[in-house]
Ligand binder design. Sequence first.
Ligand code: SF4
Length: 437
Amino acid sequence: MPKHPRIFAAQLGCAKNQVDAEHLLAELYSAGFISAKSADKADYLLINTCGFIEAAKEESIDIILSYIKIKKPNQKLIVSGCLSERYMKDLPKEMPEVDFWLGTYKKNKILEVIGYDGRASGKEELPRLNLGEYPHHAYLKIAEGCNRRCAFCAIPNIRGKQESSSIKDIVKEAKELEKQGVKELTLIAQDTTYFGREKGKKGGTLTELLKALLKETEIPWIRMLYWYPEFIDDELLELMGKEPRLCKYIDMPIQHASDKVLKLMRRHYDKTSLKGILKSIREKVPGVTLRTTVLVGFPGETQEDFDQLMELIQETRFEHLGGFVFSPEENTPAMKLKELPVSEEEARARLDAINDVQEEIAEEANEAIIGKEVKVIIDGVAEESDYHFIGRTEGNALDTDDIVKIVEGNATPGEFYKVQVVDSTPHELIAKIIGKI
Ligand code: SF4
């Protein structure tokens, strides 16, 4: 093996998996690895897989198979991430061509698994990498795993119980990213509102973490993904309401609104408490943008249950909403439910009805901004000729929500500007630059 082996990495899945790949590659580079420009130039091929739902599993398997096909005899293939963690017993038997199976990211494990002694490289430990599309944005994972046991979800089986990082380590990582030019930091965990709680008082809380980040860094935008409708107290909401560097943006998957379905889903709230939380959020964080996720067609969901969900959506007017049809995941409590299943056709029809309503809500929400001046971060130069730059407001998370198309004025990617919104569609704002902020 050369002194500086070349590695080519393929990254699949969510932002949490991306952060894992960033840590993993930082460890390899610290040990002397260098990046290969293409798969055929690499000594090692790495696939960081996703195994969350059926479609993601299929995509991961297809990519592993395609790498097995192109792999040369002198190359080593490493498979890491959720799929390998979930099927660690079976996959190595089915795909013997894969040289190393790694599971989800654990510090200091990769070198041991591949049997590479990096001490000879003489390199110092590198700060974590930022492999995202834009250098001004980074994800920072504040906790691994999840302590909830939602009936439909396989994540706790794959990623285990929650393990929060310490506030000190998170602040250190945020400072490193700030030094690298990050202007927008997105904190991620399965349930950021549960941050630190598995450690009792010494783990700290999300509010304490945010206060530390605000004090120790000057990163202009800090946002969080995702909240769970529990442990959302006034202190947290008031901090978000008054602190301009915390994006007034909350992504809180509610999944459902019927008490019966919420109970079957093993969610720890009911319709009344959910409505109370939503009311508090709107009151205490003026101008907040709300995103949610809902799941329809869960076993036992009747038309009446669905109507309750629809009513809550119409009442709350979430600015952004993603809807999904329930699909049973192996080894989840939902697989054992005796409730009447909802037919695929019925579930699809319910989702379509939600999407139609949401499209109108999103259209109206964006129309209400026309004529207003808002702050945006410019993500990049546009490839289309009818607009020049692409950006986002604080109410829009990267790769998930609406974009702002800049049709007039000049800008530099990674900088903040005041823009005037001149037009809109349900998922886009059209704006012109007023000036740099
Ligand atoms: S809170 Fe989220 S990640 Fe955790 S079990 Fe529920 S759905 Fe899964």
